[in-house]
Design a protein around this ligand. Structure first.
Ligand code: BEZ
Length: 258
């Protein structure tokens, strides 16, 4: 089944080349997790396991889950206990002291199913700490891709593979799932792209290109890049993506789900 998380096909090598900054910039949320030796921690959407390794380095016993088989293979190659699991259907029961997630929750477009599974996976009082794309994330890139699809009579909005919530939306969902929210904020984080916009689009824009004839894809990308250049590329040719993160820390409240 093509679950919402599998809307992108992941290639660990190109991810490493074009998007290593995603885990490199995960340090602040890792610090918020405050993993302690002996804790059992679930890394939800562990990808190739670079951050999972850092959680384990604190002395925690870590399980990583990801919907992508290729990414799970890459994480296992680092020695991580990584498993192919759809984040909408977590089956753990009261097993973890904390659930951690970096740059993954925006790929899971049914947040209430995800939150119910996270709540079930945690021991009483357990923590849920994470960061993902927030409202307005990569807005310029989305608008440019929608524009080139509109020229071809395609509704680009229907191709958006991400869930980028507001603070109010996500706070409400956390509370409904039984969490007390300790911190939640939108954080604008313009992010320089090591391999330019081409590398970024190559890694993340697959869902927008899927409705196009293969012969038209390169042309569509060239058009999108021309639209984006005045706003995301500086006079020295450096590209910066308009990232906005939603960062949060919550814990299971005694009251349970609403
Ligand atoms: C991310 O990995 O953080 C990301 C991916 C695609 C769009 C926006 C953010």
């Amino acid at each position: 089944m093509n679950t919402p998380e599998q809307l992108n096909t992941w290639h660990p090598e190109s991810y490493d080349r074009n998007a290593r900054f995603v885990s490199d910039l995960g340090e602040p949320v890792l610090a918020m997790l405050r993993a302690v030796a002996g804790e059992r921690i679930l890394d939800l959407g562990c990808g190739d396991g670079v951050l999972t390794e850092k959680v384990a380095a604190a002395g925690a016993s870590v399980v990583g889950v990801d919907a992508s088989e290729a990414m799970v293979r890459a994480a296992r190659a680092r020695g991580i206990d990584a498993r192919v699991v759809n984040g909408h259907a977590l089956r753990f029961e009261r097993e973890f002291d904390a659930v951690f997630s970096n740059a993954a929750l925006h790929w899971m477009r049914e947040p209430d199913s995800v939150l119910a599974g996270v709540a079930r996976a945690l021991k009483p009082g357990g923590r849920f700490v994470g960061e993902f794309g927030g409202h307005g994330c990569v807005a310029a890139i989305i608008v440019a891709l929608e524009a080139v699809l509109a020229r071809r009579g395609i509704n680009g909005a229907a191709q958006i593979p991400w869930y980028f919530p507001t603070v109010a939306d996500y706070r409400e969902r956390l509370i409904s799932a039984g969490f007390a929210v300790d911190y939640i904020a939108l954080i604008p984080r313009p992010t320089e792209l090591p391999t330019g916009i081409e590398g970024w689009l190559d890694t993340f824009a697959e869902n927008f290109l899927r409705p196009l004839q293969p012969a038209d894809r390169k042309k569509a990308l060239t058009e999108a890049i021309a639209l984006l250049s005045p706003v995301l590329c500086d006079e020295r040719g450096r590209w910066t993506a308009d990232y906005i993160r939603l960062r949060f820390a919550a814990h299971l409240s005694d009251r349970g789900p609403r």
